[in-house]
Design a binder for this molecule. Structure first.
Ligand code: GLN
Length: 308
């Protein structure tokens, strides 16, 4: 049929791009098969088209952050979340050690500092690390429409090598932005990042955001529309880190990338898309993934500022 054929052509068109390198801060990611390439589209009607290595699983990494943010809002209310995490683009790298001057809040929930503070707000304040992670994995599984699990090898490696994230945790604690122990917030955040997914799962997660929080295949209302609006807004300004401006002008879709090579995009009222390719650019965004999204946006007229 024409859509899978078109998507396969788009993948073929980017296979020649060999720039970038997989994340190398842990061995499991550094050893990724760089030939892996996949794309999936999920419409708000629940139609899914997945092409390339669409069954290959990889760790969700930072693509988990918008979903944890949605849960934190649901569990605490937006006002309380805003006391702990801002909504301004940082213009810095995703693992920057910085807080907003004055407020001591992390700049936004898409950088690691903000994501660690956000993770600590999942489930009710005072919940155990297990309660937070169980809640997170359960909701991610409902979004994907199948049970998801944690990649223990990624989790162990990230935790062993997690000094920078631990540093962020202590900085947040010192600024009064964490109720729990910093080590607990960071290990929970790392577990959240270690959930395994494929592009089909991610496309359905993105399509749920595009569909005002209702999972398009099961029909389950997973997030309220008001939370989804907040999440998509922050993805638009901060989801691609310090490349957010480049991304929003060229691709023009609220998005989030992860360091394993995944990217999601959610176009409100229309579709969710997901790509996977392990080689990253200097911002930590998949090089071929960005190229695929630029093509899809151009060919299909997906830029949200285009008036059709
Ligand atoms: N686990 C990674 C980290 O905390 C996630 C970062 C990312 O995907 N950009 O550094």
């Amino acid at each position: 049929s024409p859509i899978p054929d078109y998507l396969a052509d788009v993948l073929d068109a980017v296979r020649g791009i060999e720039d970038g390198a997989p994340a190398d801060y842990i061995d499991v990611l550094a050893r990724a098969d760089v030939s892996r390439l996949a794309v999936a589209l999920a419409t708000v009607d629940g139609e899914v088209y997945a092409v390339g290595d669409h069954d290959v699983e990889f760790s969700i990494q930072s693509i988990s952050k918008p979903f944890a943010y949605a849960l934190a809002i649901e569990d605490n209310g937006l006002d309380r979340v805003l006391e702990r995490v801002g909504v301004e683009p940082s213009g810095n790298a995703f693992n920057e050690l910085s807080l907003e001057a004055g407020s001591h809040r992390p700049m936004n929930p898409m950088i690691n500092a903000g994501a660690i503070a956000t993770h600590a707000l999942v489930a009710t304040p005072g919940a155990s690390r297990e309660a937070r992670i169980t809640r997170f994995v359960d909701v991610m599984s409902r979004l994907a429409g199948r049970p998801l699990s944690v990649d223990e090898a990624v989790f162990d490696a990230e935790l062993r090598d997690g000094n920078r994230n631990m540093g962020l945790g202590y900085m947040l604690k010192a600024g009064g932005m964490l109720d729990c122990d910093p080590g607990e917030a960071v290990s929970g955040y790392i577990r959240q990042c270690s959930v395994n997914v494929n592009v089909r799962d991610l496309a359905l997660m993105a399509a749920t955001l595009a569909n005002a929080g209702q999972q398009p295949q099961t029909g389950e209302p997973i997030f309220p529309a008001s939370s989804v609006r907040q999440v998509l807004s922050v993805m638009t300004s901060c989801g691609m880190y310090d490349a957010a401006g480049d991304w929003i002008t060229t691709v023009g879709i609220p998005a989030k990338s992860g360091v394993a090579g995944g990217i999601i995009g959610a176009l409100p009222g229309q579709l969710g898309l997901a790509v996977f390719s392990p080689r990253l650019d200097g911002h930590g965004n998949s090089v071929r993934g960005v190229a695929v999204c630029e093509r899809l946006s151009r060919d299909m007229g997906l830029h949200m500022m285009d008036v059709s």
